[in-house]
Ligand binder design. Structure first.
Ligand SMILES: Nc1ncnc2c1ncn2[C@@H]1O[C@H](COP(=O)(O)OP(=O)(O)O)[C@@H](O)[C@H]1O
Ligand SMILES: [Mg+2]
Length: 367
């Protein structure tokens, strides 16, 4: 039996805003699921419906074997961690963590044990007597997580818990959450708009757009086999390049032709795009699948594209090259030691075994 299941869950706010539509998923015990999508796509609404903080317009939510649609939040056996950790300012770290258990009338020694265990796991032991204003952002966030841990919930719910932290701390907390999940082996549902956070934390990622699930998959599948143009463009930095053009055939070979550039389609892919011959199509290639020809031994001539370098963005370990080929513009991600100047002409190689095609109208992936 899944630990959490949502079936055709829908949320309409005040009779008109369709925030979540037809959301269905089964989450197994111990799974780390991330809900990922741009701001306003319905992530928090979904999580809040699981938490019981928001009513469901239609559909069913189960936690364990229990239909919880009408179960109050406090009886759902969940714990939620928010972006603004909302600690009680006048209470110490210890009291903040103990508060929920006290309310629920847990015996004192049990509270003491749980708070100390959580403090141990989160390296908060030496901070137990401090008040929130004496803590750093990362420490406050750890206390907020501690407050959830002491409850020993069936399911942890996180709503963008790291957004208030600076970049370095976010990375550190991400690693801590990863370890925490391994240690507790609990079911966790984590909401974020940050694709890196999603890819690094999620065993499964639910990509949402406009209230609807686009794809549910593990990080590897999302990156390599996005189901549509939205997912393809949302996962990966810099995002996938999209070029409009046509499939053409010459001397029994198939090509993608954008008007300003033409590349040969590998034989393995031809079967998938045959129906698009002479028709418009969207071509997708990730920046990391475009190489400087200088560094490719034996590049097939039909995969070489002549470009002019527009902008060079050094990122340290790699460089982003903004390239133009006639009317087509795209980005290549190359090794940091490459010496490329704006304005220079360059030959790049498209790795045609790693390209994608999308239907121009439906935006669904063809391959
Ligand atoms: N209480 C509310 N009343 C009306 N509309 C809301 C309310 N909360 C959220 N919305 C709308 O529902 C949509 C989804 O919001 P939300 O779930 O907060 O998105 P996310 O967390 O992905 O940024 C948005 O269009 C938002 O404006
Ligand atoms: Mg939100």
């Amino acid at each position: 039996m899944p630990q959490v299941s949502l079936t055709n869950v829908k949320k309409i706010y005040s009779g008109e805003v369709l925030a979540v539509d037809n959301f269905s998923i089964e989450i197994e015990h111990g799974e780390f699921t991330v809900i990922l999508g741009p701001s306003g796509c319905g992530k928090s609404t979904t999580l809040r419906m699981v938490a019981g903080l928001e009513e469901v317009t239609s559909g069913e939510i189960y936690i364990g074997d229990k239909l919880v649609n009408d179960v109050p939040s406090k009886d759902r056996n969940i714990a939620m961690v928010f972006q603004n950790y909302a600690l009680y300012p006048h209470m110490t770290v210890y009291e903040n963590m103990a508060f929920g258990l006290k309310l629920r009338k847990y015996p004192k020694n049990e509270i003491n044990k749980r708070v100390n265990d959580a403090a141990e796991i989160l390296s908060l032991k030496r901070l137990l007597k401090r008040r929130p204003k004496e803590l750093s952002g990362g420490e406050k966030q750890r206390v907020a997580v501690g407050r959830a841990i002491v409850r020993k919930p069936l399911v942890f719910l996180f709503d963008e818990p790291l957004s208030n932290l600076d970049a370095k701390l976010r990375v550190q907390m991400r690693i801590e959450l990863n370890k925490l999940h391994k240690r507790l082996q609990s079911t966790m549902i984590y909401v974020t708009h940050d694709q890196i956070e999603a890819m690094t934390l999620g065993e499964r990622i639910v990509v949402m757009k406009d209230g609807q699930i686009q794809q549910i998959a593990d990080p590897h599948t999302l990156y390599n086999k996005p189901v549509n143009k939205f997912v393809a463009g949302f996962i990966g930095t810099p995002p996938m390049n999209f070029l409009n053009g046509k499939i053409i055939k010459k001397d029994s070979k198939f090509y993608f032709d954008s008007g300003s550039l033409k590349v040969r389609i590998v034989d393995d892919m031809v079967a998938y795009i045959k129906d698009y011959l002479w028709k418009e199509i969207v071509f997708g290639i990730r920046p990391e699948d475009i190489y400087d020809k200088l560094f490719v031994s034996e590049a097939p001539p039909e995969n070489i594209v002549h470009v002019n370098v527009d902008v060079v963005e050094p990122m340290g370990s790699e460089v982003y090259l903004y390239l133009n080929s006639g009317d087509s513009s795209f980005i290549a991600k190359v090794a940091g030691q490459e010496q490329v100047e704006p304005g220079q002409d360059l030959e790049v190689v498209f790795d045609m075994s790693r390209i994608h095609f999308f239907d121009k109208d439906t935006e669904k992936a063809i391959i």
